[in-house]
Design a protein around this ligand. Sequence first.
Ligand code: NAD
Length: 438
Amino acid sequence: MQTSPTLPANVQASSHSLPSYLQADNLGPWGTYLQQVDRVEPYLGHLSRWLETLKRPKRALIVDVPIQLDNGTVAHFEGYRVQHNTSRGPGKGGVRFHQDVTLSEVMALSAWMSIKNAAVNVPFGGAKGGIRVNPKLLSMGELERITRRYTSEIGIIIGPTKDIPAPDVNTNEQVMAWMMDTYSMNEGSTATGVVTGKPVDLGGSLGRREATGRGVFTVGCEAAAHIGLDVTTARIAVQGFGNVGGIAAKLFAQAGARVVAVQDHGGTIFREAGLDVDRLLAHVARVGSVAGFEHAEVLSPDAFWDVPCDILIPAALEGQITAANAGRIQARMVIEGANGPTTPQADDILNERNILVLPDVIANAGGVTVSYFEWVQDFSSFFWSEDEINARLVRVMREAFAGVWQVAQDHKVSLRTATFIVACKRILHAREMRGLYP
Ligand code: NAD
């Protein structure tokens, strides 16, 4: 642990050693994030004195979420909302419903939101939330009750100018509608701007549902052009076929690419000639998984990592590409649709093998970019056309990617470190200008 020689020992201990619950050892995604931040320090110049700010969340709320189940019993669930940094604006980030959600995970996801929002230069800080629950085991009524109670519990720290949730794994437009309604009921006035990713009829934005996948596709095409990879003939493997992976696969297929392998929580399928993505999307909408799709071979989950492909898109959960499978990946490029899918060890292996990694903090920023457009539209109650949204999204993503690519060339660093350099400079410059209060 580094300490400053200019501070008395008692102050050093309190201000420079991280609280135990924030330290990197055995902290999963939060540990990964801390290692990523540490790699940026040499490039920050005088701003590095503020870097400690990014190694702790500004605010973390743990809430009890009790609901009455359909069978009449009361069940308690654990919920979280973490605001990692608000130097550049209100907190912004999704809400995840998953049985494996932990505080460490939500902290990391909130920190990656800070980096992501700064990387694409939208005026938000970073936040994230979640409930430790398997929503697939809840009825519709139970899902609504858990959403509303959670929203009420975190209501003390969210709001259109404080912290604006959005969909993430296992949450969708309906969940956002309930969150907006609950917050509005408690406030006594309709506050559409409290969440993004809402239904279009309730102040949602056209193009939001597809935005993350479209962003993945956009930066993927930009990067492919830099390394001489033709996306119109590329073979794609996608892990996670939900909002992000499903749309990204569809857009690549529309561009002419062959989506040769798809894995989700229910199964892994392969077809060398290319899967029919539209049919697969319809199948998943019907049965809830790619499992059972007739027009493909079934692979074991582990065999997914050996599939010959040009582009691999992890679009499910964190920690999927590890030291154990990074050496087997055949792709020339990995586009991180998911947040935190690659461990730092795996990152190093991919870099050594000359496999280009488009990091989550830029690759999946399309969702929050259109969330920003939604928030702006809600404030002005004036809505843009889908073409306008998509054109603005593509412009923001291309500009952000070009800036990051240049920094990577200038410093001879990975795109992940380059994105962290760009983002940390913006956040810490804001921190420095605002100063400390009191
Ligand atoms: P989603 O719930 O729509 O889809 C998740 C997909 O992952 C599903 O196909 C599911 O079957 C699959 N999956 C779950 N567990 C799996 C496992 N163990 N192995 C293989 N597949 C598994 O979620 P989403 O919104 O598409 O989010 C996916 C990732 O993208 C998450 O990391 C999320 O944080 C990130 N992300 C989402 C958005 C967004 O706008 N939705 C924006 C940025 C980043």
